[in-house]
Design a binder for this molecule. Sequence first.
Ligand code: FMN
Length: 321
Amino acid sequence: VLRTRVCDVLGITHPILQAGMASYTSPALVAAVSNVGGLGVHGTVGRDAAAVRTVVRATRELTGGRPFGVNHVVQWLDRDAFEVCLDERVPVFSFSFGAPEDFARRARDAGARIICQVTRVDQVEACLASGADILIAQGTEAGGHSGFVPLATLLPAVVAASGDVPVLAAGGLVDGAGLADALARGAAGAWIGTRFLATPEAWASPSWKQAIVAAQPGDTVHTLAFDVLWGRLWRGAKLRVIRNAFTEAWDGRESALHERVDEVEQLVWQAERADDPRLIALMAGAGAGAIRETRPAADLVVEIAADAERILAHAAAHGAA
Ligand SMILES: Cc1cc2nc3c(=O)[nH]c(=O)nc-3n(C[C@H](O)[C@H](O)[C@H](O)COP(=O)(O)O)c2cc1C
């Protein structure tokens, strides 16, 4: 078995974490990953405190005593949802898009482990000062909101700056080769989103999952258009989605979109209700082009771990590692 320091810090078997993804993480998804020895993490964006409590309790029912996590986006942190997580004694708190400072301290005092995501190396210091147990280096390849630095450039710099604190790699990782590559570059595991959206358990819509499976390499775009539509700009990030009619019309034409936002919002809202993939935000990482089918989340964890182990053993046996 591939064990890294992340396994010891979190009390898990495989250094594979299913990334927090807004309201698209179901209890079944998070529990499936945690129950086979990875770590599943819920998102809170798009959920109110009551919804967070519901998914946390349902996940605990399904996982028994196994650890799982909840993500908070610092820029949009919902204090009530955060209090719910403390109250429910969530074992792992993940923070992203900002240094969590006092929130991390409170979670730590409640006995939780702290994971902080960075998108630039100059964010490492504040995360370490907040008491992070684990860092995530999220490359621009990542689905949903992501920064601008490619993972291959960011990861070694974050590893070098993080001292003894283990670092997870995120962005475009979908298989054992991706995990093996990240480990070879100094990561202690992988934080994987898009691959776990294309599972029966995830709460992404059918046409969205289908778009991930159909995507070819190069089919994603990093755009501000949806954030302009939603009226919520994320600091230091854009949204990575699969190209569709919406991005063809509005990516790079955000000021024109701003002028017509009410009208376009109506159309996108109708498309969401009809699950029409031409206009909805098909959030996905650059690795979507390598995903060929939806698969149960537990199978993915086991397969990614086994493949990475085999690849690294093969490389070592042939003098490549
Ligand atoms: C649909 C979707 C929603 C996401 N929502 C969040 C979120 O709420 N908070 C967050 O920190 N990151 C979010 N992310 C980013 C993931 O945490 C993670 O960094 C990313 O999925 C890793 O890249 P990958 O998708 O290529 O595996 C989201 C990603 C996706 C695909």
